[in-house]
Design a protein around this ligand. Structure first.
Ligand code: ZN
Length: 151
């Protein structure tokens, strides 16, 4: 039984820049990442906080990426903690584009970074996932939850 997100999340990019929402075609969206969503947008599109929350992780020092799984760990990303134990994560951010810091309190719609080509990525897009923790290892013990629509 798939768990749906409890919180309401807004589209994490400006709607007028969104080309397509892709939930199924990425080869990386398997297992724990099965509920991740790729938002196809131009490079440098602003990334918006999907809900109110507190920033828990920022990496934006990578300047490297491309269409190979070996580049997986070169992704720049931000994690935000929300109500109800849910977190959102935004991947493939542009080099040094973060506008937020860890522990910062941010509002839904706040610009947090720009879309880049870092990590394992075929074309500019924002990888977005909402997840919950299932244990104590922050890199391993999590599961994505389903975001059916943005609002
Ligand atoms: Zn993705």
């Amino acid at each position: 039984m798939e768990r749906n997100a409890v919180n309401r999340y807004r589209l994490p990019v400006p709607k007028n820049l969104l080309e397509r929402v892709d939930k199924t075609s990425s080869p990386a969206h398997i297992g724990k990442l099965r509920n991740a969503i790729d938002l196809l947008v131009p490079e440098n599109t602003p990334v918006l906080a999907a809900a109110n929350g507190i920033v828990t992780y920022v990496k934006d020092d990578s300047n490297f990426g491309g269409p190979y799984p070996a580049y997986w760990n070169y992704t720049n990303f931000i994690v935000i903690m929300h109500a109800n134990g849910e977190y959102s994560r935004y991947d493939h951010l542009a080099h040094l584009s973060s506008r937020v810091k860890v522990h910062q309190d941010i509002a839904k719609g706040h610009v947090i970074a720009k879309v880049g080509m870092t990590g394992y990525t075929f074309r500019p897009h924002l990888h977005f996932q909402v997840f919950i923790y299932t244990g104590t290892n922050i890199w391993m013990d999590f599961d994505t939850v389903s975001v059916r629509d943005f609002g």
